[in-house]
Design a protein around this ligand. Structure first.
Ligand code: GLU
Length: 605
């Protein structure tokens, strides 16, 4: 998520920090700030909005003299994008400042503890606990304080910490968030990625999880979590800035596809505490809900379609899905016993906002699942759960979709337990299935090295059919949309059982049919449909579990996914289809990150 930078050397730090932050702008952010040490004090400047505003406010950094400093672009996860919530955050005694990327999962209990001890908080962020912990643990030795602080934190973090007692030193620490040290001559740097470093140095040290480091102008020392020095290799950065922005991938879409295991974990793990699911501050009375609507547009709508099965089955409440552009004019039956769930990556989707407003007028309770903190939908809805996917830059969503889906599964399980519609044994089994999803997503990414090759075979198609039943059908919807969006190949999704009722007339020699065969209870039925289309000359690409010899013998090509609980399986099944769409689009020379005629956030009707 977003960016951090730091500099210690002989030049003015502030202009270097601003320049570094500009290089990280592509990562997406909503506010920014810098802190510089000078004459025993830390000066902090922060703004909401653009780096340009920060540059203006600080007169290009001139107002913050000093040669050691840290900077931050924030993508809000906890607390709205306001100036008090922007980083750096300062300790109560003003001796420390901290920047942080990531999420501190146990911040509520730490905050409670720190308030008890007399610390006061100036922001709503999870981050602020870090700076107060450092102050609490500091007894003249910053390394010890950083070590003890890190030991208290659960979650993900890349931290930059400065202290007035150490005027030319920066401490950094890393756990599951990107952090790279840049090694200069008489000066040293850190940043979230190499884009912010390459203008100054191409020598870098990549910190591993659990490590922390001390930077001075003349030295860089890396420690393990026990405080022992570790010797690290200095790597040569060979990427140019453009490659570095995309994490070395050719497109943001591929980078975001690869981020999915981490994004899904970041979204669900903090909300699973022991054997409990803790959904932020939700006090929704689920006993009083008799009907659920799920609404959204595009892929978010398809996430709703896929999650419907889990929500309905686990909570034993009828669930209807409807496109927001339809629901807003549908004069739908909704009342106080209705829960409307709306999904939107940006939180600004115009049709979804309109549907939400309409439902509120009718007295329905509303729950939003969005990725952008403080967005219109987040503010309008009664309850809001954030997907902590981080900024999504590619227009075609990938991690936005899978995090929405995973969060809906989590909600379904939470609600089912509250409503006592599942027993403890079922709850436990399903919770461990949920926890397995990030690992299974990684497996799904790793297990199909053949996809670029398969894409070569299918990229010349004029149209494709995506078929499946039940949860597999929901995946077919999103798979077909992905293919259409980025490769411009006409793709239709069909409930496999519907083929006979008309569409099978379109199947002819060589027609690609992508068949989802992962739903345990129904895959035999889909296999019959495969036989039917094969008999009419279709070329069938199946998505299935490994060790399914029957499917392997029926299909022309096969992509594998790990076996997840059927109710939650859509989230892993979509992975090979995202990759297929990507490689087909690439074969066809399409503009993958910015498909024609599409916008990332659709703020008009
Ligand atoms: N969780 C922190 C916040 O909301 C940091 C977000 C970030 O990575 O920018 O302030």
């Amino acid at each position: 998520m977003c960016g951090i930078v730091g500099y210690t050397g002989t030049q003015s730090a502030a202009p270097m920090l601003l320049e570094g932050l500009r290089k990280l702008e592509y990562r997406g952010y909503d506010s920014a700030g810098i802190a510089v040490i000078q004459d025993g004090t830390i000066s902090i400047s922060k703004v909401t909005g653009r780096i340009a505003a920060l540059a203006e406010k600080t007169e290009d950094g001139k107002l913050l003299p000093g040669v050691t400093g840290i900077g931050h672009t924030r993508w809000a996860t906890h607390g709205a994008p306001t100036q008090p919530n922007a980083h750096p955050h300062a300790s109560n005694d003003g001796r420390f400042a901290v920047v942080h990327n990531g999420i501190i999962e146990n911040y509520l209990e730490l905050r409670e503890e720190l308030i008890q001890k007399g610390f006061h908080f100036e922001s709503e962020t999870d981050t602020e606990v870090v700076v107060h912990l450092v102050e609490m643990y500091y007894q003249g030795n910053l390394k010890q304080a950083v070590m003890r602080t890190s030991a208290r934190l659960r979650g993900s973090y890349a931290l930059g910490i400065v202290c007035t007692d150490y005027p030319d030193t920066i401490f950094v620490a890393r756990e599951a968030s990107p952090l790279i040290l840049g090694i200069g001559v008489g000066e040293n740097f850190f940043a979230s990625d190499v884009t912010a470093l390459v203008a100054y140095t191409r020598n870098a040290i990549y910190l591993d999880d659990g490590e922390f480091a001390e930077l001075t102008p003349a030295s860089v020392t890396v420690f393990n979590c026990a405080g022992q020095t570790v010797s690290k290799k200095i790597s040569r950065i060979t990427w140019d800035v453009q490659a570095a922005e995309k994490g070395g991938y050719e497109h943001f879409m591929m980078k975001e596809i690869m981020e999915q295991p981490r994004a899904v974990k970041a979204t669900i793990a903090p909300r699973i505490q022991g054997s409990d699911i803790v959904l932020d501050n939700m006090d929704l009375n689920l006993e009083g809900i008799h009907r659920i609507w799920i609404t959204a547009c595009g892929s978010a709508y398809y996430a709703g379609c896929a999650a419907k099965y889990a929500v309905e089955k686990l909570c034993q409440i009828p669930v209807q899905t409807e496109l927001a552009s339809e629901l807003r004019y549908a004069d739908a039956l909704m009342d106080e016993q209705t829960l409307l769930i709306v999904l939107s990556q940006s939180g600004e989707t115009a049709d979804t906002i309109a549907a939400l407003r309409e439902a509120k007028k009718r007295g329905a309770k509303t729950l939003a699942i969005v990725n952008v903190v403080g967005s219109t939908i987040a503010k309008l809805s009664d309850y809001c759960l954030y997907t902590w996917a981080g900024p999504e830059i590619a227009v075609a969503t990938t991690k936005g979709y899978t995090t929405q889906l995973a969060l809906l599964y989590l909600f379904a399980l939470y609600a089912a337990r509250k409503r006592r519609t599942i027993d403890d044994g079922q709850y436990k089994t399903l919770l461990s299935s949920l926890k397995a999803l990030p690992r299974q997503l990684q497996q799904a990414l790793d297990m199909n090295p053949c996809i670029p090759q398969v894409a070569k075979k299918y990229c010349g198609a004029h149209s494709m059919f995506f078929i499946g039943r039940n949860t597999d059908y929901a995946v077919a919807l999103e798979g077909a949309l992905k293919m259409k969006e980025i490769s411009y190949i006409h793709a239709e999704s069909y409930a496999a059982g519907e083929l006979k009722h008309g569409t099978i007339a379109l199947i002819c020699e060589g027609q690609p049919v992508i068949a989802l065969c992962c739903n345990e209870a129904l895959k035999e039925k889909t296999m019959s449909n495969i036989v039917e289309v094969k008999a009419r000359g279709a070329e069938v690409l199946a998505v299935a579990h490994r060790n399914d010899p029957k499917i392997a013998s029926l299909a022309d090509d096969i992509l594998f996914v790990p076996k997840a609980t059927t109710l939650f399986s859509a989230v892993v099944e979509i992975i090979p289809l995202q990759l297929l769409a990507y490689y087909v689009a690439k074969e066809n020379g399409c503009d993958i990150d910015k498909p024609k005629n599409l916008a990332k956030s659709v703020t008009v009707e």
